[in-house]
Ligand binder design. Structure first.
Ligand code: ADP
Length: 331
């Protein structure tokens, strides 16, 4: 994935960290989710217990990691961060769980990619704050129950549908994060520009917001590219700088990046506009099916350019228009 796509690249992590809102009040948009979290956290604090486990679902860059940090900050508890791919064996999870301190918040990013063997351990831990440690092998193997500190799990996933039901059922609250509206992204950009002490015109802010794929991470990243441009060329942060910088990084007027356009073009040029199955499409653009499904498609569908049908993916009339290729007459 490239510089401007949904995934974080290591070089920009410090930048991302500096722009993360630190409280629910500072977190822009997602007002329903914020109200729901507020109630959940306040009730737990009043009863002096750990809140229910929380599942955050939605495309990358919409604020899942940020919300997990906010949950820990609001509870005034430490946060332990790990991810599904880092948990390859039940033992990896046992090590994390047994080291938790009372009330700690455990964040597991990409929880749908955790090893199957660890899932059962997690069920028991979530429910009873206990784990079973297996000792020995074969017929002599026994399991020793171990109490762990009460904790709150915050799981994040781009694919809620991939979680096994027993795991999904153990979360007391599931939040589905939605793409942000343009005015919300304007607030994100304005806030970030203020923190970066970058003077940008209101028209530049709305141009960035409109071209950020509904995603705060991308909005912040585009802002940084515009700031680079304005610095290097010695021009003000207005719409001209925005347009020039975004053209340089291949972001088009609707905010589609190179991969978004490639997917649209592939469906149109190689599959007559569809329907085409996910895996065939993934192979034809040389990307992983998971990236297409969890990063590219949600945005194209939301923008009205692509639709998902039981028979596969189809480019809409608007999608055809976007590619500039005339749509064949319907026979
Ligand atoms: P995810 O975990 O869903 O991929 P992150 O929480 O890492 O997304 O957010 C990516 C970046 O976008 C962070 O730098 C954060 O500052 C910014 N961001 C995300 N959501 C918001 C929001 N609601 N308000 C302000 N900034 C946000």
């Amino acid at each position: 994935t490239g510089e401007l796509s949904g995934q974080a690249t290591t070089g920009e992590l410090g930048y991302e960290g500096a722009l993360r809102p630190g409280s629910l009040e500072e977190f822009v948009g997602q007002s329903r989710v914020r109200q729901q979290l507020r109630l959940l956290l306040d009730a737990a604090t009043m009863q002096q217990r750990t809140p229910d486990h929380i599942l955050l679902a939605g495309p990358p860059g919409l604020g899942k990691t940020t919300l997990s940090m906010i949950v820990a900050a609001e509870l005034e508890k430490p946060l332990h961060q790990t991810s599904g791919p880092a948990i390859q064996h039940a033992g990896d999870l046992a090590a994390v769980l047994s080291a938790l301190t009372p009330g700690e918040v455990l964040f597991i990013d990409e929880i749908h990619r955790m090893a199957r063997s660890a899932e059962e351990m997690l069920y028991l831990a979530m429910e009873d704050f206990k784990i079973d440690i297996m000792v020995g092998k074969g017929a002599g193997a026994t399991s020793i129950p171990l109490e762990i500190a009460p904790f709150t799990l915050v799981g994040a996933t781009t694919r809620a549908g991939l979680l096994p039901n027993p795991l999904r059922d153990r979360f007391g609250f599931t939040a589905h994060l939605e793409f942000y509206a343009d005015d919300e992204l304007e607030s994100v950009v304005t806030r970030a520009a203020r923190l970066l002490e970058f003077d940008i015109a209101a028209a530049g802010v709305s141009e960035i917001a409109r071209r950020s794929r509904g995603t705060p991470r991308i909005a912040n990243r585009l802002l940084r590219r515009v700031r680079d441009y304005s610095l290097v060329h010695g021009v003000a942060g207005g719409t001209d700088a925005v347009q020039a910088a975004l053209a340089l990084y291949d972001v088009d007027a609707q905010g589609l990046d190179r991969l978004d356009r490639e997917v649209l073009r592939a469906v149109v040029e190689r599959f007559g506009g569809g329907p085409v199955g996910l895996s065939t499409l993934a192979v034809s653009v040389g990307e992983e099916a998971e990236t297409i499904e969890s990063v590219v498609e949600p945005f194209l569908v939301r923008a009205g350019l692509l639709s998902r049908t039981p028979r596969g993916r189809t480019v809409t009339r608007m999608g055809w228009e976007h590619t500039g290729i005339p749509m064949p007459p319907v026979s």
